[in-house]
Design a protein around this ligand. Structure first.
Ligand code: P6P
Length: 346
């Protein structure tokens, strides 16, 4: 592609903003800040094995700080980028128990972060990702900023996206007007538009779930996975099983190729393992904007009213027809209470 046709993330964001004459440019600035932090994180992730930034190795740098683990490094980079632009009042991140109030409490945005999702995989060079989710701060007559201001359902996100640090570094984001994909060109340090208005296939032939937890699954999910494995050439079954163990990578593949990603409630995780506010909501916003579907089992993920900033949720997400099919099985084979199971065994 000739240079004249290349569109950088910055150019794309500004052009998108110009379509809204009333836009103040603040959301554009916020997205550009996240893009900058992503470039810095990408550089560190891609040389982690060489610079021994894995884990905390106990050494101290010239400032007397212990060498940070990569996920804490990512957390710091993203939070300081958001702090610099003075338009974010509060950040909630997987790496911090409570909310992080930024110096400029007047900012109009609240940002959720999973700074480096799947970071346990980096030791074995498996793709990992950063996830962000952006809300407007609710207006209050006294202008106060309360922690509960962060408890908003996913349908109120103004923007969301992820960065995938894989064979290339890819950034995907949406502001509710479709999903655009960018690929980092390290030679010029810019994210270059690779696809705008991407759509997820209506049906896919890949199912993605950790089958090691099979015995603790809901009955309907066990039946659905057996359905995926049956021979039926007309419907393209048996489907392929793919599970990377890094949600951003599994969701990105699902966005591109279609299919379904599942992390159910189970005996080990009765309310699911994945976090609603900074994993499931932003990735569900992306998948819905691309024409897909995301539910916790019965409810649309984006309509879940959050009760706490770190709460978990089960998730079934991907192509519409695949999600609808698993919901059919969950409906048809409702949970059998343990005591009934025991009674029928004897
Ligand atoms: P399991 C990574 O730790 C993560 O939070 C997600 O990125 C990933 O989808 C999931 O957990 C993997 O969990 O239990 O299959 O190892």
């Amino acid at each position: 592609m000739s240079n004249s046709k290349l569109r950088t993330l910055e150019e794309f964001i500004i052009q998108a903003q110009n379509r809204f004459p009333g836009a103040t440019g603040e959301l554009s600035q916020l997205l550009r800040d996240i893009g900058l932090a992503a470039k810095i994180i990408s550089r560190e992730v891609n040389k982690a094995g060489i610079t021994n930034i894995l884990g905390s190795d106990g050494s101290v740098n010239i400032h007397g700080e212990s060498v940070k683990k990569l996920d804490l490094f990512a957390d710091q980079q993203l939070i300081s980028a958001l702090d610099r632009s003075l338009i974010t009042c509060m950040v909630i991140s997987e790496e911090n128990d409570g909310v992080v109030r930024l110096n400029h409490e007047g900012g109009k945005y609240i940002v959720y972060l999973d700074p480096l999702d799947g970071s346990s995989n980096i030791d074995v060079n498996v793709s990992i990702g950063s996830i962000f989710s952006i809300y407007m701060r609710p207006a209050r007559y006294n202008g106060k900023l309360l922690e509960e201001d962060a408890l908003q359902p996913g349908i109120r996100q103004v923007a969301a996206g992820y960065v995938l640090y894989g064979s290339s570094t890819t950034l995907a984001y949406t502001t509710g007007m479709g999903v655009s994909l960018f690929t980092l060109d390290p030679s010029i340090g810019e994210f270059i538009l690779s696809e705008s208005n991407i759509t997820i296939p209506e049906h896919g032939k890949i199912y993605s779930v950790n089958e090691g937890s099979y015995n603790s699954w809901p009955e309907g999910l066990k039946r659905y996975v057996k359905y995926c494995q049956e021979e039926d050439p007309d419907s393209g079954r048996p489907y392929k099983a793919r599970y990377i163990g890094s949600m951003v990578a599994d969701i990105h593949r699902t966005l591109i190729k279609g299919g379904i990603f599942i992390y159910p409630a189970s005996k080990s995780y009765p309310t699911g393992k994945l976090r609603l506010m900074y994993e499931c909501n932003p990735l569900s916003f992306i998948i819905e904007q691309a024409g897909g579907m995301a539910v916790d089992r019965k409810r649309r993920i984006l309509e879940i009213e959050p009760e706490s900033i770190h709460q978990n949720t089960p998730i079934y997400i991907g192509s519409v027809r695949n999600v609808e099919k698993v919901m059919e099985f969950l409906e048809k084979y409702p949970e059998v209470p343990d005591e009934v199971k025991k009674a029928t065994k004897n």
